[in-house]
Design a protein around this ligand. Structure first.
Ligand code: ZN
Length: 495
């Protein structure tokens, strides 16, 4: 016979399992939409996803969940799980289900408008949808009247605990360090690109060979093509990454796979105790992005990794790579070149693309910028931060899908994650003194095990801030990223 204690925990876990199942189904719909669904399915798929989201929201805001939490706490449920679920509940009860449904519906319509606007380079086609998203997000923010800044509530959807002020403080330090570094690099000779062709089948072979040493498991993972690569997880036994390969450019497919594998390792490394609960996933988007960026850039584009893998790459691509020296390959896969498109940006300029979006989003919700003035404001900042002239809105303000989804508050997590990656990278070198030697020997499992132990296994039962403080003794800090970039690019560009 089971006692009351177990029953209370079982009741909470069973409620969470139902919600986790809805997230599971929504993730699978999303994965299918981005990989296999014919384009005309977009609207119905958007609505179906919206229904799942609304159902999950109803479960999370269910008053019965509050009672289950109290009983489970008395029964000794894990405090980290209780905290995360309580936060979800308290957030959800503030937001009416109708608003959640309306946001999903506008997103379903806005995606088509955004695609048309981008294809025709006509911002005016998208602007009315963007205005509706901004209005809905204002209504969402108004559900949290105690917030210091209306944007805080929007960021909180993706980055619990972060505020406009805390992000701004970190970004100012980052921008002041990055802008002069990029100017210094721009004054040096450009090393050029690795020139192909790099047949895509061999690209996939190389990417998967490296990914398997990271922890990609053929029995629990799969890889497919998608126009905008991402990772989708349906539990630890079903991790799906996506990629896009171009024959002319090795870097897009190869480093894209390492990036998404980094995301997948996070999900695959979560303690099985949190399976089928709402805490069995990454703790925040920034912590997630720290994992992908660490593997993609700090490991993937490093001298140590290429000293091991270059001979194999030369075997697979004898035409373009035979006889090319390690130094040349390294410089060319780490070329810094201010450019228009965020997703194609190099490691040094990437964060400036994100800062620009953050500043524009904050201005929209402070009421100092109107939707129709976005293109001009975008172009002015591109010029100021990156010295790049924007030739068209399609390659400017219309380039990302996030605003079509109404995902204001999402962008900052990319730069926060990049900063956290550098903080973890420094800490990993202290914890594993021979880390570089191991990577150069093709051995990545020690790093993976360290990340699993200190980051992955907790899922959402620890906040990103708690994880970072336990590892580094401090909070978010742009200094390690600036140190890392100065050291790496100082050597590559002879600064
Ligand atoms: Zn990512």
């Amino acid at each position: 016979m089971r006692d009351v204690t177990d029953a209370a925990i079982d009741a909470l876990r069973s409620h969470l399992a139902g919600t986790a199942d809805l997230h599971h189904a929504a993730m699978l719909l999303h994965w299918d939409q981005q990989t296999h669904m014919p384009p005309h399915g977009a609207r119905e798929r958007g609505l179906a996803g919206g229904t799942l989201e609304r159902l999950a929201h109803e479960r999370t805001s269910d008053p019965a969940l509050a009672n289950l939490l109290v009983a489970a706490e008395q029964a000794g449920e894990d405090p980290g799980l209780l905290r995360a679920v309580r936060e979800d509940h308290e957030r959800a009860v503030r937001v009416p289900s109708e608003l959640v449904g309306e946001m999903a519906e506008v997103a379903a319509d806005a995606q088509g408008a955004w695609e048309a606007a981008r294809a025709g380079d006509d911002f005016a086609v998208f602007a009315p949808f963007l205005r509706r998203h901004v209005d809905l997000c204002r209504r969402y923010a108004a559900c949290f009247p105690e917030a210091e800044h209306p944007y805080d509530a929007l960021v909180g959807r993706f980055e619990p605990g972060a505020t406009t002020a805390s992000i701004r403080a970190a970004f100012v330090g980052l921008r002041d360090g990055l802008v002069p570094l990029i100017a210094q690099i721009a004054a040096r000779p450009d090393p050029g690109d690795l020139t192909g062709p790099f047949p895509v089948a061999e690209q996939r072979t190389l990417a998967l060979e490296i990914a398997r040493t990271m922890g990609y498991d053929d029995d629990a993972w799969r890889i497919d093509e998608a126009a905008h690569p991402f990772m989708a997880n349906m539990g630890r036994g079903d991790v799906r990454i996506t990629t896009k390969e171009e024959e002319a450019v090795l870097a897009i497919g190869l480093f894209g796979v390492l990036h998404e594998t980094g995301h997948g390792l996070y999900e695959a490394g979560i303690d099985p105790a949190w399976d089928r609960t709402t805490v069995g996933t990454g703790t925040s988007l920034s912590m997630h992005e720290s994992q992908s960026r660490l593997w993609e850039n700090m490991v993937g584009r490093s001298r140590a990794l290429w000293s091991h893998w270059l001979p194999r790459a030369q075997e697979l691509f004898p035409g373009p790579l035979q006889g090319v020296a390690l130094d040349d390959v390294l410089h060319r896969i780490n070329v810094v070149r201010p450019s228009l498109i965020r997703v194609d940006a190099d490691e040094a300029t990437y964060c400036l693309h994100v800062l620009l979006r953050f500043e524009l989003e904050v201005a929209l919700f402070e009421g100092t910028l109107e939707v129709e003035d976005l293109p001009a404001a975008w172009n002015a900042r591109m010029e100021e931060y990156l010295g790049v002239e924007v030739p068209s809105d399609a390659d400017g303000v219309l380039q990302d899908i996030h605003w079509a989804h109404g995902a204001f508050g999402y962008f900052p997590t990319y730069a926060l994650g990049t900063m956290i990656a550098a903080q973890l990278w420094e800490a990993a070198h202290v914890a594993i003194p021979d880390l570089e030697r191991r990577i150069a020997a093709g051995e990545l499992s020690t790093l993976r095990a360290w990340l699993r132990e200190h980051v992955h296994r907790f899922g959402r039962t620890r906040t990103g801030d708690e994880i970072l403080r336990d590892i580094t003794g401090g909070g978010l800090d742009p200094a390690p990223l600036l140190r890392y970039l100065h050291e790496k690019y100082g050597a590559l560009y002879d600064l």
